[in-house]
Design a protein. Structure first.
Length: 132
């Protein structure tokens, strides 16, 4: 379930089951130095806080300022409960190798700078049929 009152920011699980998540994330970079970008899949239980449950990263060098970059998120399977919420966060990497001038180009007035394609598939529970 995606909230209808706001833009796509989170997904609410409506049925307890195992789910398979995968996706790809495209963005433009204006990095002035070597950097990396990290995609985080985060979960929030009914009364919990956001916690990272899976991630993927893409390191790259200087000279890619105007090129489109793509991160592919590998298939990830996890059991979620009814009411759990999921969100995807795209952020600059961390660590000693991150240059101070490196950043991700994303300006909300230019929504084409970041595109996301995700797939969340509910897997059948044991004993469940396609009629359930």
């Amino acid at each position: 379930k995606v909230p209808s009152a706001s833009s796509f920011e989170e997904i609410e699980i409506l049925r307890e089951a195992y789910y398979e998540f995968t996706g790809s994330f495209n963005f433009k970079s204006n990095a002035s130095s070597a950097t990396s970008v990290v995609v985080l899949l985060q979960k929030k239980s009914t009364y919990g806080t956001w916690a990272t449950i899976a991630s993927s990263s893409l390191p790259f060098e200087r000279g890619v300022q105007t090129w489109s970059q793509t991160i592919v998120f590998p298939v990830f399977t996890q059991k979620f409960k009814q009411g759990d919420k999921l969100r995807v966060v795209l952020k600059k990497g961390e660590g000693a190798a991150q240059m101070s001038g490196a950043k991700i180009a994303y300006e909300p007035s230019n929504p084409e700078d970041v595109t996301m394609n995700i797939r969340l598939t509910r897997l059948r529970n044991e004993g469940e049929t396609y009629d359930d």
